[in-house]
Write a new protein. Structure first.
Ligand SMILES: Cc1cc2nc3c(=O)[nH]c(=O)nc-3n(C[C@H](O)[C@H](O)[C@H](O)COP(=O)(O)O)c2cc1C
Ligand code: SF4
Length: 518
């Protein structure tokens, strides 16, 4: 077998020159008449080390990173194909503290295997869950998922087993499985990493969901900003069809499931499940009234399981190892592992999969290594643009749905965005309203009008105009938006605003120090 060189095709690696590195490696191989195979793997999720090049040697995989195209010749000169010394040599990346302390169940293969090789997928534990599910009755699959304690990873944390049970219980000529890969939250990329780095995992998870509820057709709704993920998913689906992992005869079982991708419409609201279904049906992304729940009347009016991508991607492990095994990870009612995505002003941004219970301090200080700017950390925003801002004084709160909710925050999709001490939380509060105003679907008044008025009022506070009165107005407005909005876009916008006011009041009362509007 020829030596294999792994160069990620993940968008994070591409953005810092992975294609150029791959071209340079190809060029050097040809010029030096050396025999080696380049595998475009996914990312291991240590973004500050991308492009991370790994070589398979008899002594194991040896990593080098971050590698620039201009350094490739020197790697060959140093005999990196044999894993030799070089200033960029990192050794066995699996032993890097960032990875060694993780508990990778969902991301077990990401960055390790060739994403488009079913043989490798299976050799590394893939398809075990699906094979088991194919021999089980639908209700037994649902029971296994219920036992695992899995809750939706898209934001609301709703128990997945209950959702699936509802769909299973409805009689209908056609049911659907819809994967929400709109991944609109700031600082999040877990969905993308799976689509680019281990796409068969999603296919397996959705096929299991289909078997569990009696659905034969699935759709993956992928945000339009993810062209690489979209292309990779399409390639993986085509391979899955050719090899019987999708289609009328799933792995020779006689059971059927097929799926397609759809490109998103470029709006944050299209990530909300009912807007997403509207968008999938070719309409404008706007909230539907609930009830009926999508589980009863979803896509094209049929019973539909709609879950986040990571929710589906968690299922193959649950089916392979058992719901009990998965439930052993975590704390309280937050069972299993959570892929935490660390981004913003942070030295070591990336993907951290660990059982629930990790503290924000461990995430930001130990994994993240502090800010990229080198200045002190002042705040993090967790759970996307609608999540709360956390001061360092609360960094010992464990990553857990209930612990976060108790302190007025949310886990969301697991995005953690770091800010240093130059952040102005009054401006962030203004931004929260502005974001809501731009992304509002316009269906209800508290959100459509409230967001605009909120932005204007915070601007007055920033300008020092009647700050006490305007602060009272903002509090009042937040209450109306929280209680009166039709969906969580308007309903949760108060969360970043009020957390900023609560934890960083000094940013709202100082004499005017900024221009009113940008
Ligand atoms: C404004 C808004 C945006 C949302 N965006 C996303 C998203 O990008 N991805 C996602 O999975 N869920 C998103 N959600 C949550 C979905 O509505 C829904 O709860 C989720 O798809 C259910 O899957 P889960 O139970 O697996 O989390 C959003 C919700 C709201 C209110
Ligand atoms: S809160 Fe109302 S206007 Fe805002 S996005 Fe939701 S339904 Fe649309």
């Amino acid at each position: 077998m020829t030596t294999r060189i792994f160069i990620p095709c993940d968008a994070s690696a591409l953005s810092v020159g992975a294609d150029e590195v791959a071209a340079a490696v190809r060029g050097e191989l040809a010029a030096r008449k050396l025999d080696a195979t380049i595998v475009r793997n996914g990312s291991r999720g240590l973004f500050w080390l991308e492009p991370l090049v790994e070589v398979e040697t008899p002594a194991g995989r040896v990593a080098y990173g971050p590698v620039a195209a201009s350094e490739v010749a020197s790697l060959f000169d140093a005999n990196f194909l044999a894993g030799a010394e070089h200033p960029r040599r990192l050794g066995d990346i699996a032993k890097h503290p960032y990875l060694a302390s993780q508990q990778r169940l969902t991301f077990a293969r990401c960055g390790i295997t060739d994403p488009l090789s079913i043989a490798e997928y299976e050799a590394h534990g893939g398809l075990k869950g699906l094979r088991r599910a194919l021999d089980m009755a639908p209700a037994a699959i649902v029971e296994e998922v219920t036992q695992s304690g899995l809750r939706g990873r898209g934001g609301a944390g709703f128990p997945t087993g209950i959702k699936w049970k509802t769909v299973l219980g409805v009689q209908a000529p056609q049911k659907y499985i819809v994967c929400n890969a709109d991944e609109g939250d700031s600082g999040t990329f877990a969905d993308r990493m799976i689509m680019e780095g281990d796409p068969f995992l999603l296919i397996e998870g959705m096929a299991i969901a289909g078997l569990a509820v009696g659905a034969t057709k699935g759709f993956v709704y992928i945000r339009s900003e993810y062209p690489h993920a979209f292309a990779q998913m399409n390639r993986a689906i085509a391979i899955a069809r050719e090899t019987g992992l999708l289609g009328a005869d799933l792995l020779g079982s006689g059971k059927s499931f097929d799926m397609e991708t759809r490109l998103g419409a470029g709006a944050y609201i299209c990530g909300e499940e009912t807007s997403l279904l509207e968008s999938l049906e070719g309409k404008r992304g706007q909230i539907r009234f609930k009830p009926p729940l999508p589980a009863i009347e979803g896509l094209f009016g049929q019973p539909t399981v709609i879950n986040n991508l990571i929710t589906f991607a968690s299922v193959p492990t649950i089916m392979a190892e058992g719901g009990k095994f998965y439930a052993e990870f975590g704390m309280g009612r937050s069972r299993g592992t959570m892929p935490i995505q660390l981004a913003g002003n942070v030295r070591q941004g990336g993907l951290i999969e660990r059982a629930f219970g990790l503290t924000l301090r461990e995430i930001v200080e130990e994994f993240g290594g502090g800010t990229a700017s080198g200045r002190p950390v002042r705040a993090v925003q967790v759970g996307g643009p609608l999540g709360s801002y956390w001061p360092t004084g609360l960094f010992d709160v464990p990553f857990d749905y209930e612990a976060f909710a108790q302190r007025g925050g949310m886990v969301g999709h697991g995005g953690v965005v770091v800010f240093d001490d130059t952040v102005d939380l009054a401006r962030q509060a203004r931004f929260a309203f502005e974001f809501c105003a731009i992304e509002s679907c316009g269906k209800c008044t508290p959100c459509r009008i409230g967001a605009v008025r909120g932005k204007e009022t915070v601007e007055k506070i920033i300008a020092g105009t009647a700050p006490a009165e305007n602060m009272e107005l903002v509090r009042d407005l937040c209450e109306v938006m929280r209680d009166g909005s039709l969906c969580a876009l308007g309903g949760l916008t108060p969360m970043p605003v009020m957390s900023a006011i609560e934890h960083f009041p000094e940013d709202f009362v100082r004499a005017p120090r900024h221009a009113a509007a940008e």
